[in-house]
Design a protein around this ligand. Structure first.
Ligand code: HEM
Length: 483
C-alpha cells in the first residue's frame, strides 16, 4: 500500500516537474529586448529538446517576440536575432568583438576550425583557406564527375528492380566518397555500402549531436549552461577521434612515400614543416574531423532535400532540366558548363532556403560592444537562427513556396543581405561552400539528365525531435523515371 502510494507520489511529482519545464515561463525586459525568463540556474526553457523540433521553436519565438529577443543559458544572457542589420553587424562590422563560435577552449586534439577561438581560429583559417581556391576546385571537378557517375550507375542498377528508391544512403555515400577523394586522396565506395567501418565512423560523428535521449539532453544542457565543465569532457564522440587518427596516419604515410597530390592532406603535411604556435601537431590532425564530417553530411542532406523539393515541384524541375540539356551537351560537367547552370543554381539556393541543413549558427561576444543600439557585454552568446530567417516573410514573401526565381540574377536586389545564410556568413562563413555547391551541381545535373524525380506517397521529410542544429531525416524515397 505504502509502496503504491510512493510510486503514485513520484509519478505525480514527475508530471508536475514535466509540465513546469515544458510551459513557457514568460518574458522579462532586459537589454531593451524581451528575454525568456530563466529557471534558477538552469537557464530558459525549452529544456526537453527531445520533445520539440528545435528549428520550429526559433521560428515560433521570432513570430511571438519579434526579430530580436533573448534567453538565458544558465545565468548567461543569450541574444537571438533574425534582424538583417543586427546579423550584419555581428558577422561583419563588429567581427572583432565576435570572433568566436564557441565559448570554451577545447583540447588541441579536438580544436577543429569551427570550434577554434581567437588567435587559434585566425591561424587555422589562414592556413586552411587555400585548400579550396578556384584553381584547386577546378582540379577537383574531374574526380567529382567520376564519383557522381559511379553513384548514378549504382542508382541505375538499383532502379532496374524498383524505380521507387530510398536515396538517402546513396547520397550520403556519394558525398562521403567525394570528400574522401578530394581532400584525403582515399578511394572509397561508400555509395555501394563498401568501406563500412570508415563510413560508420564518419556517420556516427553527427548522429552523436542529437538530444533525443536523457544522456544527450544532460550533455547539451551542461554544454550550454555550464560551459566550464566542458574542459573536463570530450566535445567530439569517439568516432571523431578515429578520424583524427586516420588523418594523422595518412599524413605520415604520404611523408614516408613522398606522395604529393595537392589536396587537403598535402596542405596539412606542408604545414607540419613550418609548425608554430598557436598551432600544434594535434590540432593539425584534428582538422581531418571537421573536413571529413562537415564535408559530407550537410551536402548529402542538401541533395536529399533537393530530391524532395524537385519531386514536389515538377514544373520547376522541367525548367532546370531544359537548362541542363541546353548547356551540358554530353554528360561531362566541366568548368565552363557548370558556370552556365543559372536556374539549377537558383534551384539549389531555394532548396537550401526552405531546408537549410544547419538551422542556426552562433557567435560569442569577446569584448563589450554596441550592436544596433543594444549594449552587449563580453561573454554574451549570439544565436543567429538560419531556418527562422529563411521563413521570415519580410525577407522572403510567401516563404513556404518553392520559388527558385527569387535567386535569379534579375531578382538579386530583392534579397536582403545576410538573410539567406545556409553557409553562415562573414569571416567565419563555411570554408567548404564553393566545394559543396560545385559537388551538388555536378551530381544533380547528371542525375536529372537521366531521370525525372517523381514524388510518391512515401516522399516525405520526417524531421527528428531533438536535433539541435541539423535537419536530419530518416529516408528520402522518390521514384526515378528514365528520361
Ligand atoms: C551544403 C553543405 C554545407 C553546409 C550547408 C554548410 C554549412 C555551414 C555553416 C552554417 C557553417 C557556420 C558558418 C558561420 O558560423 O558563419 C559552416 C562552417 C564550416 N564548414 Fe560548412 N557547410 C557545408 C559544407 C562544408 C564542406 C564541404 C566543408 C569542408 C570540406 C565544410 C567545412 C566547414 C568548416 C571547417 C566550417 C567552420 C568555418 C570557421 O569557423 O572558420 N562545410 N558550414
Amino acid at each position: 500500500m505504502l509502496f503504491t502510494l510512493l510510486i503514485g507520489l513520484l509519478a505525480l511529482a514527475f508530471v508536475v516537474v514535466y509540465k513546469y519545464l515544458m510551459q513557457n515561463r514568460g518574458v522579462v525586459e532586459s537589454f531593451g529586448i524581451p528575454m525568456v525568463k530563466p529557471f534558477l540556474i538552469f537557464g530558459s526553457p525549452p529544456y526537453l529538446y527531445n520533445q520539440i523540433l528545435v528549428h520550429k521553436y526559433y521560428q515560433d519565438m521570432a513570430k511571438k517576440l519579434g526579430k530580436t529577443w533573448g534567453r538565458y543559458d544558465g545565468r548567461s544572457p543569450c541574444i537571438v536575432s533574425t534582424d538583417s542589420d543586427f546579423i550584419k553587424e555581428v558577422l561583419v562590422k563588429h567581427f572583432d568583438s565576435f570572433t568566436d563560435a564557441f565559448n570554451f577552449p577545447t583540447d588541441p586534439k579536438e580544436t577543429t576550425l569551427d570550434s577554434a577561438m581567437g588567435e587559434e581560429w585566425r591561424a587555422l583559417r589562414k592556413m586552411l583557406s587555400p585548400v579550396f581556391t578556384s584553381g584547386k576546385l577546378k582540379g577537383m571537378l574531374d574526380p567529382m564527375d567520376h564519383i557522381a557517375d559511379e553513384a548514378i550507375d549504382y542508382i541505375t542498377e538499383q532502379v532496374k528492380t524498383n524505380p521507387e528508391i530510398d536515396l538517402k544512403p546513396i547520397l550520403q555515400g556519394f558525398t562521403l566518397d567525394t570528400i574522401s577523394k578530394c581532400a584525403f586522396g582515399l578511394s572509397t565506395k561508400a555509395h555501394r555500402g563498401e568501406n563500412s567501418d570508415f563510413a560508420k565512423a564518419a556517420y556516427d560523428v553527427f548522429s552523436g549531436f542529437r538530444a533525443d535521449n536523457l544522456g544527450m539532453l544532460l550533455f547539451f544542457h551542461t554544454f550550454s549552461h555550464f560551459p566550464f565543465v566542458m574542459k573536463y569532457m570530450n566535445l567530439w564522440p569517439e568516432s571523431a577521434h578515429q578520424i583524427r587518427q586516420m588523418t594523422h596516419d595518412i599524413i605520415e604515410e604520404r611523408a614516408k612515400k613522398n606522395i604529393t597530390t595537392g589536396d587537403f592532406i598535402d596542405k596539412l603535411r606542408d604545414e607540419l614543416e613550418k609548425l608554430e604556435a598557436p598551432i600544434t601537431r594535434d590540432m593539425l590532425d584534428a582538422q581531418g574531423i571537421i573536413f571529413l564530417t562537415a564535408g559530407f553530411e550537410t551536402t548529402a542532406n542538401t541533395l536529399g532535400h533537393l530530391m524532395y523539393n524537385l519531386s514536389r515541384n515538377p514544373d520547376k524541375q522541367e525548367i532546370a532540366f531544359d537548362e541542363i540539356m541546353s548547356v551540358v551537351e554530353d554528360s561531362v560537367i566541366n568548368h565552363e558548363t557548370i558556370k552556365d547552370l543559372h536556374y539549377l543554381e537558383a534551384t539549389i539556393m531555394e532548396s537550401m532556403r526552405l531546408c537549410p541543413p544547419v538551422t542556426e549558427h552562433d557567435r560569442f561576444c569577446t569584448k563589450d560592444c554596441v550592436v544596433n543600439g543594444i549594449k552587449i557585454p563580453k561573454g554574451t552568446r549570439i544565436q543567429l537562427p538560419i531556418y527562422a530567417c529563411h521563413y521570415d516573410e519580410d525577407y522572403f514573401p510567401q516563404p513556404e513556396k518553392f520559388e527558385p526565381e527569387r535567386f535569379l540574377k534579375e531578382n538579386a536586389d530583392k534579397i536582403v543581405p545576410y538573410t539567406w545564410r545556409p553557409f553562415g556568413g562573414g569571416n567565419r562563413v563555411c570554408i567548404g561552400q564553393r566545394f559543396a555547391l560545385t559537388e551538388i551541381k555536378v551530381f544533380l545535373a547528371k542525375l536529372m539528365r537521366k531521370y525525372r524525380i517523381v514524388a510518391t506517397p512515401k516522399t516525405k521529410v520526417d524531421y527528428h525531435k531533438g536535433d539541435l542544429f541539423l535537419l536530419f531525416f530518416s529516408e528520402m524515397v522518390v521514384k526515378l523515371e528514365a528520361r
